[in-house]
Ligand binder design. Sequence first.
Ligand code: AMP
Length: 255
Amino acid sequence: MQEERLYSVRMRAAKGGPHEQGGKHISGGEMLSTYENMRQAVNHLLDKALTHSKGNPDFVQIQFDAIDEPIKQIDPLLIRKNEVESVEAGQALVRELLEQAGIKREVIDKAYKQLAEHSDMRGAILVDVHSGERIDDRREKGVRVSRMDWWNANFEQWANHFNEPSYSRVKEALVLATKVSAHPATIAELCWSDDPEYITGYVASKALGYQRISHLKEYGDEQGCRLFFVDGSNDMDDYIFFLEKQPVFIHWDEV
Ligand code: AMP
């Protein structure tokens, strides 16, 4: 589908030094780009790093590397919008949806405990749906899903069709959720942002689609969440390889 060589472009920003020296995570981002559009991609990520409401970083790294593997093309998850009045109502809906995905209450409770223990994550926490235990060994780094994107022109067609604002925040969340849910070991994903000015989040899975929930935390709260509920009987090295390394394009076709 893609003739031109593509590059994975990644950014991470921290305050108080680099992440590996204890700096606080401010922001991260991942894109795919052609060589021709590299300046645009780097500028987009730099702008994201410099303007995050968690503060001004004193460490930013932006890097790109060529992709030589074939790129998988996937349809975006179907989007559903849930308006709730309060954090309590939003969190109750999260539990309902996770249970619909087949996850036991005790496992959900254990996963929330993991969240409370790791307050400055830069990637996702992987939780086994059988035991409720965390199964990655990445500590605060977590597993960062990368090598994925959605060309803007096609994303804008999709946004028009579904009456969505064509913000990059919407695109990036849907790209990530679609890639993660495409792997058969993923049972569901739960996410809300660490941006103190953004209180919306989602539960996603192949069967549930992308279930946006309007209110999952209070304004001003810098505690984000990204949990992948995983069937840990699969090979986890292969799974993490898919998340980090498999190049994926989201592409929508109007039917
Ligand atoms: P954000 O939605 O960008 O505000 O991110 C919320 C939380 O999700 C972050 O603090 C990270 O822990 C996690 N996160 C963000 N981007 C990724 C990614 N590409 N892969 C895995 N986890 C991520």
